[in-house]
Design a protein around this ligand. Sequence first.
Ligand SMILES: *[C@@H]1O[C@H](CO)[C@@H](O)[C@H](O)[C@H]1NC(C)=O
Ligand SMILES: *[C@@H]1O[C@H](CO)[C@@H](O)[C@H](O)[C@H]1NC(C)=O
Ligand SMILES: *[C@@H]1O[C@H](CO)[C@@H](O)[C@H](O)[C@H]1NC(C)=O
Ligand SMILES: *[C@@H]1O[C@H](CO)[C@@H](O)[C@H](O)[C@H]1NC(C)=O
Ligand SMILES: *[C@@H]1O[C@H](CO)[C@@H](O)[C@H](O)[C@H]1NC(C)=O
Ligand SMILES: *[C@@H]1O[C@H](CO)[C@@H](O)[C@H](O)[C@H]1NC(C)=O
Ligand SMILES: *[C@@H]1O[C@H](CO)[C@@H](O)[C@H](O)[C@H]1NC(C)=O
Ligand SMILES: *[C@@H]1O[C@H](CO)[C@@H](O)[C@H](O)[C@H]1NC(C)=O
Ligand SMILES: *[C@@H]1O[C@H](CO)[C@@H](O)[C@H](O)[C@H]1NC(C)=O
Ligand SMILES: *[C@@H]1O[C@H](CO)[C@@H](O)[C@H](O)[C@H]1NC(C)=O
Length: 883
Amino acid sequence: MIWRHLVLFSFLICHLAIAHFISSTQPLCHHHERSALLSFKESLVINQAASSYPSAYPKVASWKLDEKDRDCCSWDGVKCNEDTGHVVELDLASSCLYGSINSTSSLFQLVHLQRLSLFDNNFNFSEIPSEILNFSRLAHLNLSRSYFSGQIPAELLELANLEVLDLSYCDFDNFFLKLQKPGLATLAENLTNLKALDLINVHISSTVPHTLANLSSLRFLSLSGCRLQDLSHNQLTGPIPFGISNLTQLTDLVLYRNQLTGPIPYWLMNLKKVSTLALGSNQLSGRIPVEISNLTQLQYLQLSSNQLEGSVPSSIFELRNLQMLDLSFNNLSGTVDLNMFLLSFKGLDALILSSNKISVLTGTTSSTNMQKFKIIGLRSCNLSEFPSFLHNQDQLISLDLSSNKIAGKIPEWLFSAGTNSLDYLNLSYNLLMDFEHNLRVLPLNKLGALDFRFNKLKGPLPIPISVFTSSYLVSNNQLTGEIPPSICSLNGLYALDLSYNNLSGMLRGCLGNSSVQLSVLKLQGNKFHGFIPETFSKGTNLRMIDFSSNLLQGRVPKSLANCIKLKFLDLGDNQITDFFPSWLGTLPELEVLILKYNNFHGVIEEPKACFEFVKLRIIDLSHNRFAGNLPSKHFECWNAMKDVNAHNLTYLQDSLLGAVRYPAFTYYGFSDYSLTLSNKGTELEYEKLSNLITAIILSNNSFVGEIPTSITNLKGLRTLNLSNNNLQGHIPPTLGNLIVLESLDLSHNKLSGQIPQQLGELSTLEVFDVSDNLLIGPIPRGKQFDTFEKGSFDGNPGLCGQPLSKKCDNTATSPPEEDPRSESLFAFGWKTVLIGYASGTVLGVVLGHIFSTRKYEWLAKTFRLQPKSNGRRRTVGRHRQLM
Ligand SMILES: *[C@@H]1O[C@H](CO)[C@@H](O)[C@H](O)[C@H]1NC(C)=O
Ligand SMILES: *[C@@H]1O[C@H](CO)[C@@H](O)[C@H](O)[C@H]1NC(C)=O
Ligand SMILES: *[C@@H]1O[C@H](CO)[C@@H](O)[C@H](O)[C@H]1NC(C)=O
Ligand SMILES: *[C@@H]1O[C@H](CO)[C@@H](O)[C@H](O)[C@H]1NC(C)=O
Ligand SMILES: *[C@@H]1O[C@H](CO)[C@@H](O)[C@H](O)[C@H]1NC(C)=O
Ligand SMILES: *[C@@H]1O[C@H](CO)[C@@H](O)[C@H](O)[C@H]1NC(C)=O
Ligand SMILES: *[C@@H]1O[C@H](CO)[C@@H](O)[C@H](O)[C@H]1NC(C)=O
Ligand SMILES: *[C@@H]1O[C@H](CO)[C@@H](O)[C@H](O)[C@H]1NC(C)=O
Ligand SMILES: *[C@@H]1O[C@H](CO)[C@@H](O)[C@H](O)[C@H]1NC(C)=O
Ligand SMILES: *[C@@H]1O[C@H](CO)[C@@H](O)[C@H](O)[C@H]1NC(C)=O
């Protein structure tokens, strides 16, 4: 009775309430719609992994045909029209649904649907069936994150009542949906009632159509890309069209990660309701319009990674509502006073000005009610001290002060800016010397990534206390002492880079233990001694191990065979005494093996079966004491070097990161990984390890016998160095098959016969050296051979022709003369060679060769390389005595 009274009461006030009451007493839902829902449920399986949101649960699990559950209008996720009883809303967001949908799906019988959300399920890359047209009343369609793929059907663009359309899914590896034929222009002509359009990562690939002006009700527009890797799949190109100026209801304009060009149009500043403007990662140029201050509602302004220039307009300080300002990675210049940011904005919590040409004045503001920042990015801002406003911070999540000129000690108070919040701390590339009060345990409870590389830090290793730390990078400092045992408690470590310090002592066994996540372990360039611990256990995650340039002794630990994910192993420049560790051949992923400058010795046994080292593409065994014949059977098995895959450039560091993505590159310090390979007295420094680099370097050993022809099957080989051995016989003419060979060094051997004419055909050959052998006859002419200098041929008394001064007579096959030098091959003498390193930006590129400008131009043509914008790089300048 009381209930009835209440209802009657509300009837007087509120129609809706009574309508609702009545609906629950209405007849049950329509029979055919109930069957359609049940068949839809039956056509799919429930799989927890199909949804990724924590709130996910299988809504359809409760859909049943029981007596008491017959009313499908009361089912979870289902809503019916109260008058007609037809299903008008279906919200199956995050419902753990997995399976394919096709045109026969019973879903399309729900023709009265006005709202449909299948957000965050897995429809197994189904195409959106054209039967979507059955939903002619649909106003709200949300297929975001639901694994649909293929072209968006024209029928979807006929759903003229649509107000909300969300087809976004930011996945780094895939484009799922395409909007090409018909494209965005058609969409904009048809769906003129749209209020929200989210097409993040939908592959559009066109200019921004001016027909967007039709969407005059639009409030939310997102047409962003999201892939990092493959820029060739461009999204939107060309300028921001004037038509957008008609979209006066817009509150969110999100166009980042496209290839938009031209200026930021001043008329955008007409869109007075805009609170989010994200135009980052495009190719926009020109100045930031002064009229930006007209966007008084602006809260989120993201213009990073464009080519904007000029100064930061002071009108920006009129944007009182700003919460996030990201102008990083542009070409902005001038001086900016941090005080202005501190005083002008009450709610700013992210300020990112990194990597422009801005000088930031740090000022001395210490106002007490200053805003609390979460993100500060002041990389390359010409800072010479820690900004004093950081004193007042205690909620920082990310602090990047790298690439400045901050000298002296790291103050203790800095850590209180984020003791319980800081996730990312980057102070790399400064002039920091030490920690105030000799702090060694960093009081940062939430620290995920720490980057102190390239400073002048002294003393023992500073260890973060956080159990969350996944990236710890302190390379290129002057740290001393041993690795403290506390490092073993950093269970979440993914990347550990202690390289190029003065650390000593023995390696810690725990680093190879599978209980830690460790994937990247870089300890090179220190003074670690003793044996490499035998503690690499099954299940380790290690992908890269670099122990080079230490004082390690003993053998290669057999337990390394447990590191089945290992891609990169560098043990060079140590005192390891062992036979060739052929058992490493079982590592299925191993791509790079460097054992140079050690005491490896003995004959390299041939493999028993051709399953070994199948992914190997860089091997450097130089400067050891290997003897016997070259391992010709091994050459037959190195499949990765048989591939001339010059088209798809990938990088080792990308594959090291695996699922870990942006901002992982800075997070894990991979932006400047480099590898040095010795070749011909110079060293090649590869700034990034691309899959195109292939090298066999067996120089400075005691190999004997002939050059096996099996090596000439390695058609993807780019560098071959067999110099300084005791090789005999002829140079195989089939070396001419190595069509991408760039560097061939056979010097200081006892090779005889002629230089095969076939080598003259190698158009990419850049470095060639056959000096100090017993070669005879004419030097080939043409192509690259016209560019090699005399030194490439010296020490072969029987050679003749350009560039040597000795002319060839007609009897080219004059009998070989005894080479007086061959006796003294090993007495050749110590030659001090300056290890070359690149002069910076030009070579600080994708492949980073140090050869010559001509070489660079060739690479630039072939791979459309661009010089790196921020040219600071490590230069491991070392002198080395070569023999
Ligand atoms: C997912 O799609 C694949 C390929 O089309 C198909 O073989 C598989 O059966 C589908 N799985 C489900 C659960 O529908
Ligand atoms: C649609 O999918 C169902 C199973 O879900 C299958 O039995 C049927 O053959 C498919 N029809 C078409 C046209 O692919
Ligand atoms: C589309 O709707 C009509 C009724 O309007 C129905 O007869 C037809 O079966 C529906 N199509 C599908 C694929 O369910
Ligand atoms: C799509 O659904 C998800 C989950 O409910 C929601 O977060 C998102 O905002 C929706 N998209 C639009 C454009 O409303
Ligand atoms: C809507 O789209 C369809 C299919 O792309 C097209 O045939 C039709 O002409 C469009 N209608 C309008 C009003 O633009
Ligand atoms: C959409 O815009 C185009 C050109 O901008 C115009 O020709 C067309 O009539 C407009 N359509 C609607 C429905 O407003
Ligand atoms: C854009 O707005 C202008 C003036 O407000 C109007 O004349 C024009 O028709 C609009 N364009 C479209 C395509 O709606
Ligand atoms: C900015 O606002 C001022 C004053 O409201 C107005 O006169 C001016 O035209 C606006 N500029 C733009 C580009 O919208
Ligand atoms: C950046 O601006 C300077 C002038 O300040 C100019 O010389 C340089 O070419 C610009 N660089 C880019 C990448 O636009
Ligand atoms: C290179 O990439 C293209 C497109 O992604 C692909 O079709 C091709 O198979 C790839 N080639 C190699 C050698 O991986």
